[in-house]
Design a protein around this ligand. Structure first.
Ligand code: GDP
Ligand code: MG
Length: 444
């Protein structure tokens, strides 16, 4: 489903991009696509609704519609909103003012509770020289206790267990006493999970919470579970008032859309992400990275750049056709100047014109940006009629008016008009394959 999401978003955004300018209708259509895409990716309906509304409001407020690169702006708004909806970055574990800090692991069977408990215990050992204790309170699967014991040996952390015949409430009660005796500074309670949430499990967890008074209840969620992740999160949070989330198995090929729903539905921070089966495969949660992952941002940005380039090329083609027909006017000139300012030095741009790249005449061409600003000021002083028909500017009175309007000497206006006409002739020749003429001019 998440592959589909990326594809849909890419389609929606590239459709937008091809147009260059975005109308309000375009934006609405794009947001509709994004909405469908997120829904298809199992992001919760209400979450999607909020998300789309936020993006639309911001996009409108940001005057994206007149922007120079609207598609890119919308992508970055989408990305920022996704990031914002995923909450804070780098939220630490809660810590009790006096030892031990108690961390209860909850979640469905196979989500990664036991593995994550081990990872966190190791992390605390390494970073804080902590002395954790892990309590084996999942009595429904004999293998679960062995698994925790094996992990404990591997990371050198003691495990308290009483086999599978004792009630988990009693195990936790005695485990807490053991922690006090060992002066453990962290206690991890590896609680039982089920394939589905049921009342017996919930009641057991509520009782364990009552007994252990945890500082942190971490809901462990498998990132590969789609829409179910929301139900799971709602179920556990509703009964236990969780304090944080760990998203596991992000090393798989999931886009991690579950992160978006879980955060939005519970309002609780995602604190860590699991990125593999090894004890060191645990990372701090970064919302911006998660957003990029959900969007497939790396691919998207490449796509945007490419589409933007196509667009620029099309505009350039239109202008080249005008040059060829010698109808290039000051409107085209201004348009080209604006492109030039976005694209870099004019001498580089000239070299991009077919047939000019390796022309020796261009070797020594240098254009002062200040000159460009002056030229632009003169063109801005022209009337629309003058811009369309440079011939009108032969009249001295008009030249004087331009000079006054642009605040430049009239000789400069003269020189500029002469250069424009030369350039126009030259371009027309070049476009029609007569490069000899151009070289002659540039060397003059
Ligand atoms: P529990 O039933 O919630 O205690 O889940 P476990 O900790 O036993 O994990 C279930 C399976 O998922 C095990 O095979 C783990 O090795 C694996 N697992 C847990 N976290 C991750 C993770 O971040 N990435 C990968 N690839 N596998 C994980
Ligand atoms: Mg387990």
């Amino acid at each position: 489903a998440f592959e589909g999401l990326t594809e849909r978003l890419q389609n929606a955004l590239s459709g937008l991009r091809r147009k260059g300018k975005v109308t309000d209708a375009d934006l609405r259509e794009t947001m509709r696509e994004i909405r469908v895409a997120l829904l298809e990716a199992d992001v919760n309906f209400n979450v999607v609704k909020d998300f789309v509304r936020n993006v639309r409001e911001r996009a409108a407020g940001a005057k994206v519609l007149d922007g120079l690169n609207p598609a890119q702006q919308i992508v970055s708004i989408v990305n920022e909103e996704l990031t914002a909806m995923m909450g804070e970055s780098d939220v630490p574990l809660n810590k009790s003012p006096k030892i031990p800090t108690v961390i209860m692991m909850v979640g469905l069977q196979g989500a990664g509770k036991t593995t994550t408990a081990g990872k966190l215990a190791l992390k605390l050992k390494n970073e804080q020289n902590a002395r954790p204790l892990m309590i084996a309170a999942d009595v429904y699967r004999p293998a679960a206790i062995d698994q925790l014991k094996t992990l404990g040996e591997q990371i050198d952390v003691p495990v308290f267990e009483m086999g599978t015949d004792v009630n988990p409430r009693e195990i936790v009660r005695q485990g807490m006493a053991k922690a006090a005796e060992l002066k453990a500074d962290y206690v991890f309670i590896d609680a039982a999970g089920r394939l589905q949430i049921d009342e017996a499990l919930m009641q057991e967890l509520v009782d364990v919470k009552e007994i252990a008074q945890p500082d942190e209840i971490l809901l462990v969620v498998d990132a590969m579970t789609g829409q179910n992740a929301v139900e799971t999160a709602e179920g556990f949070n509703g009964r236990l008032d969780i304090t944080g989330v760990v998203l596991t198995k992000l090393d798989g090929d999931t886009r991690g859309g579950a992160a978006l729903s879980i955060r939005a539905v519970t309002g609780k921070p995602i604190k860590f992400v699991g990125q593999g089966e090894k004890m060191t495969d645990l990372d701090i949660f970064y919302p911006d990275r998660m957003a990029s992952r959900i969007l497939g941002m790396g691919d998207l940005l490449t796509l945007i750049e490419k589409a933007q380039k196509d667009f620029d090329e099309k505009q350039a083609e239109v202008q080249m056709e005008k040059m060829r027909q010698n109808t290039f006017d000051f409107n085209d000139f201004i348009e080209q100047m604006e492109q030039v300012q976005n694209m870099g030095p004019i001498e580089d741009l000239m070299k991009m014109i077919p047939g000019m790249a390796n022309n020796p005449a261009l070797k020594n061409l240098k254009v002062d940006p200040k000159d460009i600003a002056h030229i632009k000021a003169v063109v801005m002083s022209m009337t629309p009629a003058e811009r369309e028909d440079p011939e009108l500017l032969k009249r001295p009175s008009r030249k004087r008016r331009l000079a006054a309007g642009a605040g430049r000497p009239v000789e400069e206006v003269n020189r500029m008009l002469k250069q424009f006409n030369q350039m126009k002739t030259m371009m027309s020749k070049v476009m029609n394959g007569d490069t000899g003429q151009m070289e002659q001019m540039m060397n003059a």
